[in-house]
Design a protein around this ligand. Structure first.
Ligand code: SAM
Length: 257
């Protein structure tokens, strides 16, 4: 079986019980950087384990070897350096091949930086557009231009090397929408977590003193009126009134095991 296991994006306390159990019980862990995953096992006080490095650019032979182990009945876990495997991280090729070959797959969900940023943004998030990292060259201008008419909240990742340039470009492309909301989430769940909530008109000024270190998620509110607000109805609240009373308590939208 292949277990896809999400790991913390900064705060070790965000590891889930199921993630711990799975990393303990699997026979080997497929990861990006063996030093990062080795360090995580150590910090979580888990025993050392065989680590199989697999980058998105890994050669097909490596993928074949991993699939052969899965076919033989081994239980392997897939992690990335942080967050959810496959989300702007390697994993797609393996999961896709494993699914085509009928290998059993389970997911152990957990942190993802874009979800954490959306949650904390205060922007309408019932519907959103996740873009991963923006293209560096080809297609970048077209994508930025498309933001002008995007009716949903937009969320994307940015590296420390490009954050200044990207924010300046956003301010320029969307200059005729100065009230459009922007949230920059930096170092989420970490010691220096910082969330800046501003508008396109104020963006350059508001981020002038922002520390340009660490990891960033950018969230842009929808063009036009706030149209995607999530409305929790009384009916939904009543359905969920037993939420949290016990591990196996269920409501129609959640179940536990
Ligand atoms: N798989 C990961 C996930 O589930 O979020 C994303 C991996 S992607 C290679 C790394 C990017 O995610 C960083 O460049 C940054 O944009 C974002 N990121 C990861 N951790 C973050 C954090 N703690 N705070 C803000 N952004 C973060």
């Amino acid at each position: 079986m292949l277990s896809i296991v999400a790991t913390p994006i900064g705060n070790l306390g965000d590891i889930t019980k199921r993630a711990l159990q799975t990393l303990e019980s699997c026979s080997a862990i497929i990861c990006e950087d063996t030093r990062v995953t080795g360090g995580l096992l150590h910090m979580l006080a888990l025993e050392k384990k065989e680590l199989l490095s697999m980058h998105s650019y890994s050669d097909p032979q490596k993928l074949d070897a991993i699939l052969a182990r899965l076919r033989s009945g081994e239980h392997l876990a897939l992690v990335s350096d942080a967050g959810t495997p496959g989300i702007s991280d390697p994993g797609y090729a393996l999961v896709s091949r494993a699914r085509k070959e009928g290998i059993a797959i389970e997911v152990v969900p957990g942190p993802a930086a874009f979800l954490a940023a959306l949650s904390v943004s205060g922007l309408p998030i019932n519907q959103f557009l996740y873009l991963g990292f923006l293209p560096l060259k080809k297609g970048r201008k077209t994508m930025l231009e498309s933001f002008k008419k995007e009716p949903h909240t937009i969320v994307f990742y940015e590296s420390v090397h490009r954050i200044e340039r990207t924010l300046a470009e956003l301010a320029e492309v969307l200059c005729d929408q100065p009230d459009r909301q922007v949230v920059i989430a930096r170092e989420l769940t970490k010691l220096h977590e910082e969330v800046i909530s501003t508008t396109i008109g104020e963006l350059v000024n508001a981020t002038k003193d922002m520390v340009k270190k660490g990891e960033f998620v950018v969230v842009i509110g929808p063009q036009g009126k706030r149209r995607n607000e999530y409305c929790i109805t009384d009916h939904h609240l009543a359905e969920c009134s037993h939420y949290g009373k016990g591990d196996r308590t269920k409501c129609s939208s959640s179940s536990y095991r």
